[in-house]
Design a protein around this ligand. Sequence first.
Ligand code: GLC
Length: 740
Amino acid sequence: MIRAALILLINLILLRGIADAQSRDIEKKVDSLLGIMTLQEKLGQLNQLGGISDSATPGRTSEEQVKMVRQGRVGSFLNVTGAAETERLQRVAVKETRLGIPLLFGCDVIHGFKTIFPIPLAEASTWNPELIERAEHIAAVEASAGGIHWTFAPMVDIARDPRWGRIAEGSGEDPFLGSVMAAAKVRGFQGKSILEQGSIIACAKHFAAYGGAEAGKDYNTVDMSERTLREIYLPPYKAAVDAGVWTLMSAFNEIGGVPCSGNQWLLTNVLRNEWGFKGFVVSDFESVAELMKHGVASTRTDAGILGLCAGVDMDMVDAIYVNELVGAVRSQRLSEEMVNQAVRRVLRVKFAYGLFSAPYRNNDTLKEQTIMRAPEHLALARTVAQQSIILLKNTKNVLPLGKTTKTVALIGPFAGNENRRELIGSWAWVEKAEEVVSVIDGIKEKVSPGTKILYAKGCEAVADSGVEIEKAVRIARQADVVVAVLGEESGMSGEAASRSELNLPGKQQELLEAICRIGKPVVLVIFNGRPLTISWAAENVDAIVEAWFPGVEAGNALADILFGDVNPSGKLPVTFPRSVGQIPLYYNHKNTGRPCNDSDSFTSRYIDIPNTPLYPFGFGLSYTTFAYTNLTVSSPRFKQGQNIHIAVDVQNTGKLSGDEVVQLYIQDEVASVTRPVKELKGFKKISLNAGEKKTIDLTVTPDDLSFYNLEMKKIVEPGIFKIFVGGSSIDAISSQFTLE
Ligand code: GLC
């Protein structure tokens, strides 16, 4: 045992030594290259051009852009993909420029490259970071085979407002779950070293607090206390930095009057001086130029100087740095040392990725032709989709459906083949619609030969035209069970897709009510990129399945769940409100001086709606049931700095085996500033056979108990801490301990 530990320690010291030697070697190379670069060449490295994406050939480049590469005025391309196309451009940079500095090719590989996985909000619903790390590794393997070096992911923005369309792209409302997922995604994309073949550089975005946009309106003002910023919105970015992410992307939004892409406190004081980040920051799309629209810069040159001095190292597609900053340096408005600092960071990443020694590392066209959508990739996409699906309701045990059910009616705009592309969600593309397994195909594949599958679209996804509700009702009447497949189009979430209402769009609600009036068992499946206000369905439909956008294996994974081959285990990473009027509504809220009490009007509540979520954070049902007993804390009292060990017995009290996400929350009862009523501080996904009981161990670390005090210092205060352990944020058994 001791020998093994010694060997491990020696290996760790050796690996650390190798890493330090490598980084010292890189710094030497960076400095010697920087020493011979002209000012224009330096600014060229800070310039990212966008590929010309049109319907015909997405991501191609113009002759003018190739000429700029030849002149050494381009450091990186956005959205130019393909092993051959990127090699063509890389050869121009390496062979036809004075210094031969290789290009960096970046692209939005948000939830898969050619094998499209469920959207990130669905990935978070798995509460399975190891699985998501594997998914991102497959995304990296495919993207690197497609000529990509760098992905603009993971998006780690905390979102508490489902009106904001980009809630679909992140891991939900909680900083702990968001941090665990951020780190797992960075590890998945970057591997143990970005030198490894099949790794790509990750980019944590959008720094910072983009999800805090007022009214859930994209790009809108963000204004919050530093305490909320540091305790709720910053942790996932910090987790990405601690996991070794090599780049970050500065956000469009301001925070409290200072736009992120010109925010020195954020990009230098916090990111570099406090967190020790050594990579580089790329701006979001034209967000340096947008400093003028924000009203903090009057010219492009002013915007460029503000962005660069704040800590934005690379300028995404507005060509300000490369065109305006030579003059700024020559007129001594900008020191060349500021430029050198940014160029050093960019060159450091290019050296770390091995591009100087292997500029064509990702240009193997044979590999590109063979590796995409490999069977094992699709199998993993199906597993992630299975684990991301959340069972929200299942009265009368309508689910799972029998595979020998005589007649099943599929009703709704997302059940058939015509809208199958919608099932992959935002930030995803497939060449052919047939690459996406539709609901009807997945179910046909699943049921017995004797089962009759009927189908009617019933209405369009959004348009009020094309309503065929009577026809759908006639079809549904012939069935033993109806599966209504409703929801949002993929373009209704993601960027620039904020909604003021969160109901089922178009005539879908009308269709659902007509179907339910028939009196047959109805299962509602929703495809969506955000929580929806489905209160009527929650009251009137027998079973509800939250499928999000499950990716290319949508139909297969959904059929696996509906017909019981897989027991649902997903849990909500976001709160479902009953109405838009309740927003923002999140579980880790403050108690206030008048906590909601429906028997006392003079408390924090609405008078016209139940003051609870429709479905709470962490919630998700199973086809079996779990019981939590015997919650114990290793001691009733602890000293500062000690880990707190917690144990709980979990038993599968049903008839089917299943997975459960055991969740641990704490509450700091009394502190020098108000604390949330609950904070997620740990979780474990476990598997239990019918009747099986396991004792689950969880640990609370001193950092888990910390918060920012009145002086904005991160501290832990003595006092009583409650702990809650259970299968959701509201269904938990509790205990407590005292910290001295
Ligand atoms: C977009 C998005 C960002 C994306 C970038 C490049 O505007 O805000 O998430 O990575 O531009 O496509």
